[in-house]
Design a protein around this ligand. Structure first.
Ligand SMILES: [Zn+2]
Length: 83
């Protein structure tokens, strides 16, 4: 279990590193797992068609969280959002 208590939501866009460690499922599209605290639910978010970002939407409050894809981003596949 990782300690992410000081998770810094500076703004609503996070960068995600994609590349060698990219997990590709049977469907061929990489995805990330997002935990929405206010909804208490996970969402599996697939990468956009153009491959530049992930967009997660909270099932409860509707807040959108965008994850840019690029070098220098986090290599995590799991994100936690308080909204
Ligand atoms: Zn929410």
């Amino acid at each position: 279990m990782t300690s992410e208590s000081s998770y810094p939501p500076r703004h609503s866009v996070l960068d995600v590193t994609e590349g060698m460690s990219e997990k590709v499922t049977g469907s061929g599209r990489p995805w990330i797992q997002v935990w929405f605290e206010c909804a208490g639910a996970y969402q599996k978010v697939f990468r956009s068609i153009d491959g530049t970002r992930y967009t997660a939407t909270c099932p409860k409050c509707g807040k959108q969280m965008k994850f840019g894809v690029g070098p220098g981003g986090r290599s995590d596949r799991f994100f936690r959002i308080s909204c």
